[in-house]
Design a protein around this ligand. Structure first.
Ligand SMILES: C[S@@+](CC[C@H](N)C(=O)[O-])C[C@H]1O[C@@H](n2cnc3c(N)ncnc32)[C@H](O)[C@@H]1O
Length: 210
């Protein structure tokens, strides 16, 4: 599961998760087999729960792959809700579309193929939630782009902010690690946000716009 918590704790947390439906279970198996990075069921539930708490109706997802996290959002926004799927890879989008149809949520999802940062800039509306899961080097740029697109009281949610623990390794000089460190600093120092990092799986940052 690529988690940062101690193995036995991680096992315990995952052992308690209620079973998922056939579509999600197959997507989890496929992601595992083909080494596609997805949030997995523990974080999927966090995303779903955040949308329910926030009574979110509009979600803009940046970096959607085969649409696993998109389905967790789409089920939470309910009838009349709208989730934007974005990915740079057309094949991913085609596969995601089939998954959305099978999951019965296709009518709630708008699929956009291209650079998620550009696609977000093109949107003029404000969103209830923006979920950031693109290439890590782009995280600081996403920070600047996302805030104006979020409504007051909206949530800015980001995956992988603990980066398998590399954020705590002072000797790590990778561009991705540096970008995440900068991003996390921006999140916590922004006067416009109230942020916490949930140390679940690979770390999920949740920031509410004040
Ligand atoms: C970690 S995966 C997303 C997983 C997905 N959120 C889930 O949990 O089911 C990251 C995806 O983002 C896409 N991606 C990365 N950077 C991107 C960008 N700037 N614009 C669009 N897609 C991007 C990659 O093609 C990849 O499919």
């Amino acid at each position: 599961m690529h988690g940062i918590t101690a193995g036995p704790i991680e096992d315990y947390l995952y052992s308690m998760l209620p079973p998922r439906d056939e579509v999600l279970v197959e997507m989890e198996a496929e992601a595992d087999k083909r080494k596609i990075s997805i949030v997995g069921p523990a974080v999927g539930r966090v995303l779903h729960q955040l949308a329910l708490i926030n009574r979110a109706k509009t979600v803009f997802e940046m970096g959607s792959a085969i649409g696993y996290s998109t389905i967790w959002w789409a089920r939470a926004v309910g009838e009349g809700g709208l989730v934007f799927y974005t990915d740079g890879d057309r094949k991913n989008a085609d596969e995601a579309r089939r998954n959305f149809e099978r999951a019965g949520v296709a009518s709630r999802i708008t699929i956009k193929v291209g650079d998620a940062l550009e696609l977000l800039s093109e949107e003029k509306q404000e969103f209830d939630i923006i979920f950031n899961d693109v290439d890590k080097e782009d995280y600081p740029r996403v920070f600047k782009l996302a805030l104006p697109r979020l409504r007051k009281g909206g949530l800015f949610v980001t995956d992988n902010v603990l980066w398998s623990g590399r954020v705590a390794d002072k000797k790590n000089k990778e561009a991705s690690t540096k970008a995440i460190l900068e991003f996390n600093r921006l999140l916590y120092s922004s006067p416009d946000l109230f942020t916490t990092i949930l140390p679940i799986r690979d770390g999920v940052a949740v920031a509410i716009k004040k």
